[in-house]
Structure formats: C-alpha cells, structure tokens
Design a protein around this ligand. Structure first.
Ligand code: IVH
Length: 704
C-alpha cells in the first residue's frame, strides 16, 4: 500500500493506518524477540515506528491502547507467564563428523571406566528441527506446558499446547508426576498450505517450518494456535515421581503406550559402527520424511548409566547430536564490513546477495579474521587451496544448523577482472585507534577500549544481556539509542538514568517509542536490578575470556565482591598465593586468569567498575546448597588412582553434592581423597593436618 503524506491523511485513514501499524509492529516484535527470524529490517522497523509516532502526534485522539509507542521493543513473551522448569531443559552437544562421534563414545567409556570392548548400547533417533516443549502431567492430567526459554525458565503455553492433537490432555497409567519432553514441529505439507493461506490473507508468511511452528505455538490467542497444524514427538522427560523404565528405549515405548507420538526411526544400536549405519539410513530417508530433521541424536540406553554420567552445565554427558552436513549455496559477495566487538576484536562480515541456503535466506556470513580472507589458517597453512576472498567474488555459502553462515569456497573463474585483494584495516574503523595483532593471536583488536564507541556499545549490550543484568525494556536497540544520545556511556550510567531524568521524564517520554508507562517500567526494572548476584555481576563486566560459567565459579570461590576484589588486587603481579588460588579453581585457566587480573588492576577499567559497584547491592554467592550433603561447600582434592570410578565421575559427583573440587592442596582444602600412587599432594595434606580419606572412606561418606 502506498503511504500518504501524513499531512494529507483523513482521520479515518489515520485510524486505519494506526491499526495496521500496531498489528505489523507487534508481529515484528514477536518475530524479533521470539526465536523466530526477524521479519523486518531494523531500518524498516524504525521507519514504521517513526511513522506511527508521527501520525499519533498529528491525531493524538486516535492513539490506541495497544500503541506501538508504548512498547519498548517489548518481548511478546511478556504476554506469557514465566515458568521455572523443575528440571532444566537441556540442549545437546554436537558432533559434526564420524570422528567426533567416536570421541563421544570414547569419552563416555572413559568417564564410566569401560573398556573399548565392553558392551555399551545407545538409542539413535532423528533430531527434529522444531522447538522443544515440556508437558507436565499430575495424576494423569496435563497441568502445564512450557517452552524451553533459557533452559531454566520458559513460557507457559498450556492453553496453546491443548490445541495440538498429538498432545493428550489426559493420560492413563502414568506416574503421578510425569513431565514429558519433546519437539513441536510442522510438516512440510502443512507448512506449504499455511503459507498459502497466509499469503491469500496478505498475512506474513514464514521462512521455514521451524519458524512457522514457533510462531504458531507462541500465539497469545490460543484460537490462532488451534488453526495451525502443529505436531509433537515425545523423546525425553523431566521431573518424574517414578522411573518410566530401565532403558531409554523402554521409556520411549512406555511414552508411546501412554498415548504420545514417538519417532518410528528410534532404534537401539550396539556400537559406533551401528550408530553410523543408522545415521546413514536416517539421512537417506531425510528427503521423504515430510518434516525437517537436522541430524541424529544418540543417547546412552541404560538409565542408570545416564544417571552416573549426569550433566555438564547445559548438556547431558550421555547424549549427543550428530548433525547432517551443512547446506551449501553460491552467491555474490557484495561487500566486506569490519565490525568491532566488545573486546575490540575486528570481525569481518561478508555482505552477500541474498541467497536461500537450506530454506533460510542468508545475506551475511562471517569471514572470521584477516588470515581467513587471505586464504590462510592460524598456522599459515593454505585454506581453500590458498584462494583469497575479494569483494565481487562468486562465493560458496555454508550453513550448519543454527551456526552463523560461513564462506567455504570461491569460484576464481567468475572473479571480476578488477577485483582487488581485501586490505584488512590496521586502524579501528570506529574510533581510528591502532588495531593491533598480538603475536599468536589471529585477531586484530582496537587498542583503545575506553574511547572506542563500538566497544563501549557492545560492552553495554553485553552488560544488559540475558545472562548478565537482564534489564527488562533495555535491550540492544535501546542501548544503541541511549548511547547515541549521550545518555549512557558506561554501565554506571544506567543506574543514574532515573536520577538524571526522573523529574525530566518528559524527555524520555517524548522520545519516539517511549510513553509514560514504558519509561516507568524501564526505571522500575533498572531499580530491581540494583541488587545483583555476584556471578552475574562478574559476567556482566564483559572481561575477555570470562564467560558465564567461569563467573559463577569465581563467585562461588570468593563469595563476596570484597573478597573477590581483594584477591584480584593481591594477585596483581600474577604470582604468589592469591594468584595460585585463582589458578587452583577448577575451570579457570591461565589465559582467563591473566585477562581477569589484568583488567581488575588496570586503572581506567577499574574506575569504570568502581563507579558501577558503588551503585549496586551485590548478593553473596554460595556454593549450591544440597540438602543433607556431608560435603556441601567443602573443598575436595582427588589424588592418586581411583579404583571404583574415574576421576571425572568422582569430580562430577562431588560437585553435584555441592563440593568444590580443586587441583591443588592448601590450608583451605577440607578433604583429600588419596588413591594408590598418591604422592606429594597426600604428603602435603598430611603435613597440613588435613583430612585424608581413601576411596572407600570417601564413598562411605558420600554414599555409593
Ligand atoms: S533430547 C536431555 N532428542 O534438540 C536431552 N532433543 O539441540 C534433551 N531435539 O533442545 C534433548 N530432536 O529441542 C532430544 N530426538 C531428540 C531431539 C531433540 C530435537 C532438540 C531439542 C533440544 C535440541 C538440542
């Protein structure tokens, strides 16, 4: 529809257009904030929002209750209640080759202490490309359906799940409590038909069946979900009042008897060769299955072995997804942009003539670093037979699952005559500082983190991100806006925003996209976040190499901000007991420790951190409390040979009971478990008068 000049709009036209814009922007928010693909470019989104605000300014009486101006890029998910999963919804680690699958099997055997020839069976089944959904049944009735969300907290979509034929609302013969987990998906035929219907209604069509399934399940109006042909395969479970069976396969059969659809290609396989054979069989059927799959999932079949293997932070040790090879397509490379990340890394991005790769339109791809563009790997060996990548080239795009697309190859025959080798900038494209490449690093970095606006914005985006401060209403978009306006330059500014604008909230309200309500909501969520757990704070600082997991470990080790800070200062010279103590944290390596200590002792960086910390109330971190655990919060060191379980299993079990496992003995160690062959560590423990247990005594303590 051609847009009229706002001055020329009649009231009726304005009203009609405001309704259309409200609808269109709400959908765009849903698409952007949900897991489904964005449906509008940022520029188009901003343009529509601006037009909406301009029409509202001219016809204030027509401003709608659901005006997009009141939404702060509001996640549509705000429409669903949040649900904390009784047991986290896990993701899967991936294998991309036969070798990686062999490594997985070896790793499982090593962990369990099984020899290469001892029997160990797995299930193998297709990996469905949809979205996972957890169904909670109490006394046979469906009481709750929740999406995965971030794994810990998802969205309550019970009303919508009840609209799906494959999901029974009552089941007979199940344990009193049963959480069924599986995948919601849409078949190819249903997806095509849905897109046709949508197109006829001039409604938005979906890029692929996965997006269509996600968009259809996450509808605020369950009636919309009812009209969408969703399907469900059950493949796992969460909380249970009684075990379903002794093996994965029998548990799946039990779910099938209870009335759930399970995948008919699920099968028990006895070794890696059989796994690979079943993989090939499933891959051969892929095109005729009628729904999207993106690999094969293998799970250790015996449930008691699954229990022993347990979980890493987000993935089970007893399962892996073996992905199908990436999808490929050829297109033109129209340009190379160099972006600057949070840690100053210059990352080249390929701007591509849009091309469909495995059902998804791709217009950007990563080019990694300057060597990659030049056709060399980190060791200087040729990649792509040494072919470099130039603007104007005809390139092969490669996309594996959700991973960012890459450029795999270049067609030299189609290279334009005048194409020039790409000159990687030696100055930061954002602030003009020198971009330096340290010896041994493949990445060139902007050398002035404190004046570089790109780094500042990326650090702020990281600071407000979900695993960090997670401030409702302050997402990447708002951060960019506020930074550009000079409202926030560093994290502390977020917490003085209200003070600086509180009385003059008018200023914020007058901003396009902000209303009184959204401004108040924003200030409230900022206020709520002044109290922050220590681990989140450490992660939010965005220190290079310090990820979410390491931040949590650091928080648990030091407990309070004061203790953490003191330790960092004491370790400034990267030697001595405080330094050794950092290195002794299992999961913290030297590179991480160096980056952390350097940052915490750098004056300018510290000033930024101190200004922030002064405005916060930091919650102490405790080691995870485990009821009745005799070793909760204790520091354990294993040394020598363990005979009843592998070192890895012993460590994982101790951690699951709330203990910290350390690699070195000090006066802070509580228990040393010494097996045969223990040497200096045992001696040191005895010298220090620590408790030293043999493996049997240890097992008596923690239970066999
Ligand atoms: S098992 C603890 N089995 O893949 C085990 N997951 O990449 C949890 N998925 O979040 C998952 N098909 O949404 C499992 N046959 C299958 C699956 C499957 C698809 C999804 C699931 C999970 C994601 C991990």
């Amino acid at each position: 529809m051609a847009e009229k000049a706002i001055a020329a709009l009649t009231e009726a036209q304005a009203s009609e257009e405001l309704a259309r814009l409200a609808h269109e922007l709400a959908r765009a928010d849903q698409a952007y904030h949900g897991d489904d693909a964005p449906v509008l470019s940022d520029a188009e989104y901003d343009r529509l929002k601006r037009r909406n605000a301009e029409i509202e300014a001219r016809f204030p009486a027509l401003r709608r209750d659901d005006s997009p101006s009141d939404r702060v890029g509001a996640a549509p998910s705000e429409g669903f209640a949040k649900v904390r999963h009784a047991i986290r919804m896990m993701s899967l680690s991936n294998a991309f080759s036969d070798e990686e699958l062999q490594d997985f099997d070896k790793g499982v055997r090593r962990y369990l202490g099984l020899g290469a020839d001892e029997p160990l069976s797995y299930t193998a089944e297709p990996k469905i490309d949809g979205l996972s959904l957890s169904l909670r049944y109490e006394n046979g009735r469906l009481v709750q359906a929740a999406t995965r969300g971030d794994g810990a907290v998802g969205e309550n979509v019970t009303a919508n799940a009840l609209m799906i034929d494959d999901i029974p609302d009552r089941i007979d013969g199940a344990p009193d409590l049963l959480e069924v987990r599986g995948e919601v998906y849409m078949s190819h035929a249903d997806f095509e038909a849905l897109n046709l219907r949508q197109a006829e209604k001039s409604a938005r069509t979906f890029a692929n069946p996965r997006n269509a399934a996600a968009g259809s399940l996450r509808q605020l109006d369950p009636e919309v979900t009812r009209g969408r042909p969703l399907k469900y395969f059950a493949y796992s479970w969460g909380a249970l009042s009684a075990r379903l069976a002794d093996t994965q396969m029998a548990a799946i059969e039990r779910l099938s008897k209870l009335g759930f659809r399970t995948n008919p290609l699920t099968k028990v396989v006895e070794d890696v060769d059989a796994m690979l054979r079943h993989y090939a069989e499933i891959e051969a059927q892929r095109a005729t299955l009628g729904y999207d799959i993106d690999g094969v999932v293998y799970k250790v079949n015996a449930i008691d072995l699954q229990d022993r293997l347990g979980f890493r932070s987000t993935t089970p040790r007893w399962a892996i997804a073996h992905k199908f090879p990436a999808e490929l397509a050829w297109t033109w490379l129209d340009g190379i942009d160099v972006q600057v990340g949070r840690t100053g890394a210059l990352s080249p991005v390929a701007r591509l003539r849009p091309v469909t790769v495995g059902g998804v339109v791709v217009s950007n791809a990563t080019l990694h670093n300057e060597d990659y563009i030049a056709g060399r790997d980190a060791k200087g060996e040729p990649i792509r037979d040494g072919k470099d990548i130039r603007v104007g080239d005809f390139v092969q795009v490669y996309r594996a699952g959700d991973v960012i697309p890459k450029i795999a190859d270049v067609d030299l025959e189609r290279r334009p005559k005048d194409a020039q080798p790409f000159e990687f900038p030696h100055l930061c494209p954002q602030c003009g500082s020198d971009a330096i490449r340290e010896p041994g690093d493949s990445v060139r970095r902007c050398s002035d983190g404190l004046i570089c606006p790109a780094q500042a914005v990326e650090r702020l985006k990281h600071f407000v991100s979900r695993a960090a401060f997670d401030i409702d209403g302050l997402g990447a978009k708002q951060v960019e806006q506020f930074y550009a306006d000079g409202w926030i330059a560093e994290p502390a500014d977020i917490f003085t925003l209200e003070e600086r604008f509180g009385s003059g909230m008018q200023q914020l309200k007058n901003r396009e996209g902000w209303g009184e309500k959204s401004a108040e909501n924003l200030f409230r969520s900022i206020r709520e976040r002044r109290r922050i757990p220590l681990g989140r704070l450490i992660f939010a600082l965005g220190i290079r190499h310090v990820g979410e997991q390491a931040s949590l470990l650091l928080a648990r080790t030091y407990g309070t901000w004061e203790a953490f800070e003191t330790a960092m200062v004491d370790a400034a010279l990267m030697e001595g007991p405080a330094w050794d103590a950092i290195l002794a944290i299992d999961g913290v390596g030297r590179v991480l420790a160096q980056s952390l200590v350097a940052t915490m002792n750098q004056d300018a960086e510290r000033a930024v951190i101190d200004r922030l910390v002064a405005l916060l109330e930091i919650e102490e971190a405790e080691a995870p409390y485990v009821a009745d655990s005799p070793v909760a919060n204790k520091t354990i060191v294993f040394t020598g040979t363990l005979e009843r379980m592998t070192r890895a299993e012993a460590k994982a079990r101790a951690e699951a009971l709330g203990a910290k496992v350390s690699g070195s003995v000090s006066s802070k160690t509580d228990i040393v478990v010494a097996g045969p062959g223990a040497g200096s560590k045992e001696k040191k423990a005895r010298d220090l008068g620590l408790t030293v247990l043999d493996e049997d005594a240890w097992l008596d303590l923690v239970g066999r």
